[in-house]
Design a binder for this molecule. Structure first.
Ligand code: FES
Length: 217
């Protein structure tokens, strides 16, 4: 698997434009199998043409089909991009002092996101979280656990993203917990959001954030 290879070799996607970009949809572990048959028509419908990708154009994603509480994954410049539709209940957890005290960089002081996503939800619109789905430890792909049990995949963990390779934990805004191998929050790619129309790789007017600006992919 790609994530295993990345961890073994220490390589990470460059996020340079590439023809092999494509769209796929993933979900939290709870829904991956159940929705597999239903999602591929959606994937085919949204796959951009190769010339567009080769030119490094932004990737457009219609989020109207993303259910509340669900996470999908698209691929942009060879990297998985996590897109979460966060409910009010999930969003409320991001401000809880019990959570914040366990985060390594709760205020996103380290440049792992554009300035327009340096806020409590690390997003343009709190409802939708958009993150590069590559663990900042050795490059595995974390898994989505919006509602974990008390013991799985980690004890007394409120949920978010869990990296199975070495146990790094992130919250639902991609903020990394203290005391885990991963050193940084998940990067936020440049993007715009107008209603349910997401464009990954584009910046809002007046902004020029590039992935080369982040401390670590
Ligand atoms: S790659 Fe080591 S914890 Fe994620």
């Amino acid at each position: 698997m790609a994530n295993t290879e990345a961890a073994a070799t220490g390589t990470r996607p460059s996020l340079a434009p590439a023809r092999r970009d494509f769209l796929y949809i993933g979900t939290g572990a709870f829904a991956a199998v159940a929705t597999a048959a239903a999602i591929w028509p959606f994937v085919d419908q949204m796959e951009p043409d190769a010339s567009t990708l080769a030119a490094g154009a932004p990737l457009e994603v219609d989020l109207s089909s993303v259910a509340p509480g669900q996470m999908i994954t698209v691929r942009w410049r060879g990297a998985p991009i996590f897109i979460m539709n966060r409910t009010d209940r999930l969003l409320a957890t991001l401000k809880e002092p019990q959570l914040l005290q366990h985060l390594s960089d709760p205020g996103s002081e380290i440049v792992q996101q554009p300035a327009y996503a340096k806020n409590w939800s690390r997003s343009v619109d709190p409802k939708y979280g958009v993150y590069v789905g590559i663990c900042t430890h050795l490059g595995c792909i974390p898994q989505f656990y919006p509602n974990p049990s008390r013991s799985e995949p980690a004890a007394n963990w409120p949920g978010g993203l869990f990296c199975p390779c070495h146990g790094s934990k992130y919250d639902l805004a991609g903020r990394v917990f203290r005391g885990v191998p991963a050193p940084y929050n998940l990067p936020v790619p440049p993007y715009t959001l107008e209603g349910a129309k997401l464009r990954v790789g584009a910046n809002p007017p007046g902004q020029n954030f590039e992935m080369t600006s982040v401390v670590q992919m």
